[in-house]
Design a protein around this ligand. Structure first.
Ligand code: ZN
Ligand code: ZN
Ligand code: ZN
Length: 369
């Protein structure tokens, strides 16, 4: 997909409409996923203010430090009909933004705006109440366009190429850290722009879902949970987990791994338009609970993914939001009874009549080493 398919020019107008519908007089977006979503500019978050102002009643403006202007113009934002206002080192950029906005009473700020900027905007806009812009933006970001789905598919294929090699790298006698650094290089080599996380949880560490890597030396009979992800040059993220065993795993592990496999299948099969996010969580949880491992499934079933590795919709009890075509999220049940554990994670996209999985490496327990 081209960058104008991924970051189409009508997003500025859609954000303006969403801000208006949310009762905001303006939205202020500093560097982060919201800004990138709206204008395609992957701006650096710096102490110098870069800020896209989208007023409900006038044209949007991008305020940039003068030394960042060339980078802003070279980004997809440069192809938009968007006024860019460079500010100089001795200017007060917060006063410039406030002056352009004029009288405003409710202003949405991006969820990831630094407190440093939020408090300066509070002083520069004394008549305005600041609110989070995320609520207005989520309605747009939560449904992925065909180009966004294609970008996520590309990210899924890239992380699959890494997982396809992991079994060959896991060996008794190596530390988690050593294997983790090979995986880190491979995530980049397979096309990601950045590595977001590398979890190599072996032996008892497999029972800690967000363990990263340690100096633990892997041994025969270990189970190893490998959960990895990165961000592609498109801006879109990958995230996939597979569980490996170094030789024959303990019998009780093999028994609950089968339960986990069936639970992940059931949850993926439950995905279709109109079903609630929480019902997908229930579809994963029910077989695990029935087998007696309910207390060992200690996290939600999944999270949305896109320009952020974790975003809406969250696949969790209490989220009654109905799924819609274009929603992309992980389906990643886990069972962590100790002294080992397991997780299987795919990214799926809700389609017109079901789900498309974006990860395709085998989900059966992979015997390595
Ligand atoms: Zn996680
Ligand atoms: Zn993951
Ligand atoms: Zn995940």
């Amino acid at each position: 997909m081209t960058s104008d398919e991924l970051y189409p020019a009508d997003r500025l107008e859609k954000v303006r409409e969403a801000a208006d519908a949310a009762g905001l007089d303006a939205v202020l977006l500093t560097p982060g996923p919201d800004l990138r979503y709206v204008i395609g500019y992957d701006a650096k978050q710096l102490e110098r203010l870069t800020c896209l102002a989208v007023p409900a009643g006038s044209d949007p403006v991008l305020f940039v430090p003068r030394l960042e202007l060339a980078a802003a113009q070279a980004s997809p934002a440069g192809a938009l009909a968007l006024e860019m206002v460079p500010w100089d080192e001795t200017d007060d950029p917060f006063a410039l933004v406030a002056g352009r906005l004029g009288a405003v009473s409710r202003v949405g700020v991006s969820d990831r705006m630094w407190a440093l900027s939020v408090l300066k905007f509070r002083d520069a806009l004394p008549g305005a109440r600041l609110a989070l812009a995320g609520g207005a933006l989520r309605t747009l970001r939560i449904r992925k366009s065909p180009a966004e789905v294609a970008a996520l598919r590309e990210a899924g294929a890239a992380i699959d190429r890494v997982h396809a090699q992991v079994a060959g790298w896991l060996r008794p006698g190596l530390t988690e850290r050593a294997v983790g650094s090979v995986i880190t290089e491979s995530i980049l080599a397979e096309g990601h722009a950045t590595v977001d996380f590398v979890i190599v949880g072996s032996g008892p560490n497999a029972a800690s879902p967000h363990h990263e890597v340690s100096d633990r030396v892997m041994a025969a009979g270990d189970v190893v949970v490998v959960d990895i992800g990165g961000t592609m040059p498109s801006g879109y993220c990958s995230d996939s987990t597979r569980t490996y065993a170094l030789g024959e795993p303990p019998a009780e592990f093999t028994a609950y791994y089968k339960v986990l496999y069936d639970a992940q299948e059931a949850a993926c099969a439950a995905v279709r338009p109109g079903v609630t996010a929480e019902s997908v969580d229930a579809a994963a949880r029910e077989p695990i609970t029935r087998a007696g491992f309910g207390a060992a499934f200690i996290h939600r079933t999944g999270h949305g993914i896109g320009l952020e590795a974790h975003e809406d919709p969250y696949i969790v009890a209490g989220n009654r939001e109905p799924l819609e075509p274009g929603m992309a999220f992980s389906v990643e049940p886990g069972i962590y009874p100790g002294p080992h554990g397991a997780r299987i994670e795919d990214i799926v996209v809700c389609t017109q009549d079901g789900a498309e999985r974006l990860n395709h490496t085998p989900r059966e327990l992979v015997i390595a080493g």
